[in-house]
Write a protein that binds this ligand. Sequence first.
Ligand SMILES: *[C@@H]1O[C@H](CO)[C@@H](O)[C@H](O)[C@H]1NC(C)=O
Ligand SMILES: *[C@@H]1O[C@H](CO)[C@@H](O)[C@H](O)[C@H]1NC(C)=O
Ligand SMILES: *[C@@H]1O[C@H](CO)[C@@H](O)[C@H](O)[C@H]1NC(C)=O
Ligand SMILES: *[C@@H]1O[C@H](CO)[C@@H](O)[C@H](O)[C@H]1NC(C)=O
Ligand SMILES: *[C@@H]1O[C@H](CO)[C@@H](O)[C@H](O)[C@H]1NC(C)=O
Ligand SMILES: *[C@@H]1O[C@H](CO)[C@@H](O)[C@H](O)[C@H]1NC(C)=O
Ligand SMILES: *[C@@H]1O[C@H](CO)[C@@H](O)[C@H](O)[C@H]1NC(C)=O
Ligand SMILES: *[C@@H]1O[C@H](CO)[C@@H](O)[C@H](O)[C@H]1NC(C)=O
Ligand SMILES: *[C@@H]1O[C@H](CO)[C@@H](O)[C@H](O)[C@H]1NC(C)=O
Length: 465
Amino acid sequence: MGFCFGSISKLTTCAIVVLFLLSSFGFTSTDAFDALDPNGNITIKWDLISWTPDGYVAVVTMFNFQQYRHIQTPGWSLGWTWAKKEVIWSMVGGQTTEQGDCSKFKGNIPHCCKKDPTVVDLLPGTPYNQQIANCCKGGVINSWVQDPSNAASSFQISVGGAGTTNKTVRVPKNFTLKAPGPGYTCGPAKVGKPTKFVTQDGRRVTQAMMTWNVTCTYSQFLAQKTPTCCVSLSSFYNNTIVPCPTCTCGCQNNNTQPGSCVDLSLTWFPLPSLSHSPNSPYLASVVSGANKNSYAPLVQCTNHMCPVRVHWHVKLNYKDYWRVKVTITNFNYRMNYTQWNLVVQHPNFDNLTQLFSFNYKPLTPYEAINDTAMLWGVKFYNDLLMQAGPLGNVQSELLFRKDTSTFTFEKGWAFPRRIYFNGDNCVMPPPDAYPYLPNTSPRQDISLLTLMLALLMSLVFYTYA
Ligand SMILES: *[C@@H]1O[C@H](CO)[C@@H](O)[C@H](O)[C@H]1NC(C)=O
Ligand SMILES: *[C@@H]1O[C@H](CO)[C@@H](O)[C@H](O)[C@H]1NC(C)=O
Ligand SMILES: *[C@@H]1O[C@H](CO)[C@@H](O)[C@H](O)[C@H]1NC(C)=O
Ligand SMILES: *[C@@H]1O[C@H](CO)[C@@H](O)[C@H](O)[C@H]1NC(C)=O
Ligand SMILES: *[C@@H]1O[C@H](CO)[C@@H](O)[C@H](O)[C@H]1NC(C)=O
Ligand SMILES: *[C@@H]1O[C@H](CO)[C@@H](O)[C@H](O)[C@H]1NC(C)=O
Ligand SMILES: *[C@@H]1O[C@H](CO)[C@@H](O)[C@H](O)[C@H]1NC(C)=O
Ligand SMILES: *[C@@H]1O[C@H](CO)[C@@H](O)[C@H](O)[C@H]1NC(C)=O
Ligand SMILES: *[C@@H]1O[C@H](CO)[C@@H](O)[C@H](O)[C@H]1NC(C)=O
């Protein structure tokens, strides 16, 4: 963790923060296992659909079998190492990033002669004669739950110097999938049963000459060294707003890295003018300054320095129901999150009654337990979480039916157990900091007075984002 430099007086705080962060990730090393999506993977399938004089034509399809993790712009890139002296004669629906050294070819020049080609998707708007099904989406792949019809991406590749029988063809090695940064680890290609294709009318079945699969899994630890998201909490019954833990995603460091975050107090205009942020000279210069081409976030200066914060506000208490307001705020000036999603774990999700302005689907990785929900934006309404600024947030309210055998406002029960944003774990405040009921004593019935107070307080907090 490289974010705890600075004054010595901060050392203890930092040590505590680091320990806490480590414990909130809850797993070690590059373990790819995700308890909420235990089978999640991206499977890359190569179907050899015909032999050519010196090789084969294959359709390569990447299936995103992850419930909630998607690949957003600028999209995937897929690399591998050829086992022999293969070349790529041509491609449809994708291209290699470099041609490599094709100097020994005369006449027909291959598309790519590199030993370790890297393929990227073509952009939308590619001419039809260069497209195949599931291509040309700029490398964007949706998650399985959110949009299964867009959870695959394909390209076609014509390979030479490869051998022309299933005995002489060698599978490529060392697959790497970038999305676009690190995070995925791919296993070896495994030759399996040739895929069968059923024609549209269902009256004929054809099959591939040969098929192999590669499976890639994701690890948040490989993707980034620090968290990217944090959670803050509040409630109608206690006016404490529990902020994201300090230094969750990094610490503000004025001495060594001034300008490493956007300090709104230094902008030349009052906040509202930020709605056209490039008009603010300071902000514009910072946002378009150094590292412009990097995907590293440029965040607003906050105590947590996270690109994304999720706020969970326990808003109202009715006789049979209770209501929560969820707000997702983007602090990153370099990212519009398209097709964002949230995964939330709370025991009351088995009785979610109503949800406003988000889509919802229960996730039940362990059949019997229905406590996890996936939430995402409504298309063309709030499926885009805009870059930091006045438009950089989306919100929704959830209405839960109380199950009297479990429901309580005590001991932080009303707060989520776990939240992921776009598949990455959001760091929660430590449980002992959660807002608690005034005058908590076990099994206390809520008196009329408390209820009135609660109602008043909820009115006060109605305006809290
Ligand atoms: C990849 O995911 C699919 C769909 O969930 C599953 O059937 C398959 O077994 C997974 N593969 C591996 C190697 O985990
Ligand atoms: C190659 O093809 C033969 C006959 O079609 C089949 O029996 C054999 O299993 C195949 N081998 C591989 C490695 O796919
Ligand atoms: C596999 O790819 C990585 C990164 O491209 C490279 O560092 C490594 O040497 C490759 N391994 C083999 C066996 O080709
Ligand atoms: C490849 O994976 C897909 C999806 O998991 C599966 O349906 C297919 O049988 C696998 N094919 C091979 C050759 O392993
Ligand atoms: C950085 O500077 C800002 C404004 O000058 C100040 O409020 C903040 O406390 C400083 N942070 C640190 C870690 O020194
Ligand atoms: C986000 O979208 C807005 C509106 O489409 C655009 O003006 C802005 O440049 C985008 N920001 C980034 C970081 O892509
Ligand atoms: C989980 O709970 C939700 C909300 O009550 C319900 O709509 C859904 O059918 C449940 N799913 C399962 C698998 O029990
Ligand atoms: C909550 O959901 C569970 C499982 O779906 C159901 O058995 C129970 O009756 C529900 N409770 C209420 C109060 O609706
Ligand atoms: C609200 O919760 C905080 C803990 O986050 C606690 O310190 C405070 O005493 C609570 N307020 C009341 C009125 O109980």
